[in-house]
Design a protein around this ligand. Structure first.
Ligand SMILES: [Cu+2]
Length: 347
């Protein structure tokens, strides 16, 4: 609140300064000095240039400081195969943007001191230069085409079909948690229908589908084996959520009424990332990246990437749909609500 008052005070002070300078100009005109009389002197021009240089130094200082100050918040190295490609593409874009930015802004601050008004010096009349225009059109165009082609190639490789031995799983979003469903022993995700959502069956799974019973449902955290493709399907119960796994450079919207897909290969285990980041507490995370309601901020799930053996041991311990008896209360209680609390409490 106090910041808002400061802000309003600053705006008012600026307003007062502008008004006073206007009054000053008007008084000057009324005293007989016409507008012709208001001419910038050499001194004023030089000072103007000096102030520009000082401001420019402060500006670039802040620019460097922000990069350094925010460095701890940058994501660590990508933990998926395609993530490395995405980072390379982004790094190239940032390098280009920063180079052009520094050159153009530096010139902007330098020119007022270089070309400030001196008596007797005439400005050069330089209306156009076709060669310069052609060069300055072609260079950015080539750079743009290069980035677009590179981007499209990267996009195509990211959205290619997953490998044959990919793990099939589903991330199911609802206000405000995630459920991960693994395909189970048959390697196929069972069928679903939104009309069946209710009670323990928050995902609307079909009890009579033979592929459903061996599916594995987990909440809180899910595991993935390293260096093996994961073929994700995403669904949502009610509003648009977005499955965001920043360390794997992966994000996909979860849209009610349709299934979206994404696949990637995690290439670093949780343990390896803990060493890389120097943070023994580090964990991969799945977040919701769409503001989907009041508890959106807390919609997350831990992801553990580990060796194939550890993964196999973990998945063997998890309960299947059959073991969780998610259809039991639906049979007996027709009033079962499509409410998140029931699955949480029932599990
Ligand atoms: Cu959400």
């Amino acid at each position: 609140m106090i910041e808002l008052l400061y802000f309003i005070a600053i705006i008012l002070v600026i307003g007062v300064v502008v008004q006073v300078s206007r009054v000053y100009e008007l008084v000057h005109v009324l005293k007989g000095g016409g507008s012709k009389d208001i001419v910038v002197t050499e001194d004023e021009g030089r000072w103007n240039g000096i102030i520009y240089i000082l401001y420019g130094l402060g500006f670039f200082g802040a620019y460097v400081w922000l990069y350094i100050d925010y460095a701890p918040f940058f994501l660590p190295v990508a933990a998926s195969e395609h993530g490395i490609e995405i980072d390379r593409l982004l790094d190239f874009n940032f390098a280009m943007i920063n180079i052009v930015f520094v050159i153009t802004i530096a010139l902007l601050f330098y020119f007022p001191i270089k070309y400030y008004f001196r008596k007797g010096r005439k400005a050069l009349w330089y209306p156009d230069n076709h060669r310069a225009e052609i060069v300055l059109t072609i260079i950015p165009s080539v750079a743009m085409i290069f980035v677009i082609v590179w981007g499209l190639k990267t996009w195509n490789s990211i959205f290619s079909e997953p490998a044959e031995n990919a793990i099939k799983m589903e991330l199911y979003a609802r206000q405000f948690d995630w459920t991960a469903r693994y395909a189970g022993e048959d390697g196929q995700l069972g069928d679903f229908n939104y009309r069946l959502i209710g009670g323990m069956n928050a995902l609307g799974l079909k009890a009579d589908d033979s592929k459903v019973q061996d599916d594995v449902l987990v909440r809180g955290e899910f595991h993935l084996p390293v260096n093996r493709a994961v073929d994700f399907a995403f669904r949502s119960q009610e509003v648009i959520h977005s499955a965001y796994m920043p360390h794997f450079r992966a994000q996909m919207n979860c849209v009610p009424g349709m299934t979206t897909r994404f696949n990637f290969v995690p290439n670093k285990t949780t343990e390896e990332m803990r060493e890389i980041t120097g943070d023994p507490e580090f964990d991969f995370i799945l977040l919701c990246n769409k503001i989907c309601g009041v508890a959106h901020y807390n919609m997350q799930m831990k992801i553990i990437v580990e060796s194939q053996e550890d993964y196999d041991a973990w998945i063997a311990e998890q309960e299947t749909v059959a073991e969780q008896e998610i259809f039991a209360d639906l049979e007996s209680d027709k009033r079962a609500l499509p409410d998140g609390a029931l699955l949480a409490a029932g599990k």
